[in-house]
Design a protein around this ligand. Sequence first.
Ligand code: ADP
Ligand code: MG
Length: 240
Amino acid sequence: MTTGLKVENLTRRFGGRDVVSDVSLEVMPGQVMCLLGPSGCGKSTTLRMVAGVDRQDSGRISVGGEVVSDDTVHLPAEARHIGLMFQDFALFPHLSVFDNVAFGLKGTKREAMRRVGELLERVHLEGFETAFPHELSGGEQQRVALARAVAPRPRIMLMDEPFSGLDNRLRDGIRDETLDILKDEGTAVLLVTHEPDEAMRMADEIALMREGRIVQRGAPYNVYNAPVDRSAAAFFSDIN
Ligand code: ADP
Ligand code: MG
């Protein structure tokens, strides 16, 4: 099987300090890898390098077996087959739901209509094509953002705390719906969160990060049941 995402020995320095230090990980198609750790440990910086909006000081990033960034190669974000979902949904406010989801699509109008229709049905928003973002609830906007991110069939989906703006009542449902769709699409997912319970619920594999380094990696229940040290145990202890 070809790899979805491969990250090798990524390092990023700010002001003489290693904010990301020798980070390596691999995510297979259809797998959810969760980068979990406390605020400030370097998760978003890692994700930004993978996305191509920041550049590492050293290390290599490959997508689908192709190097997209190392010392000599540096493809721009739009050439990396990557989809993004961040906490602020950033839907285009002046575009309809249909146009938001169709935004990144190439090909004929007819193909776009089929793809958008299929995805809006998947996220239970059929009939909302002509609505505008401000007419939707937070949960509905999140589902449009999901449909939009998935629409161009990215190989990799990068998610940075994508559910933290939602209230608890909605969050579990949207987490499950998001997982179902990404698994169906066969997307390799790199999910960043500081919440152990989110990682436990969504990850196939957890990479526990602290002060720029990955300190432990494994299946959620293994990491939870056998934390590598006292500090990792404390981090998991407030899970409910
Ligand atoms: P996390 O997402 O895990 O909360 P970040 O990756 O956002 O952490 O940040 C990790 C560390 O790097 C923090 O100490 C942050 O202040 C620092 N940092 C991030 N971006 C920059 C930057 N552009 N310049 C200087 N320091 C930065
Ligand atoms: Mg962050």
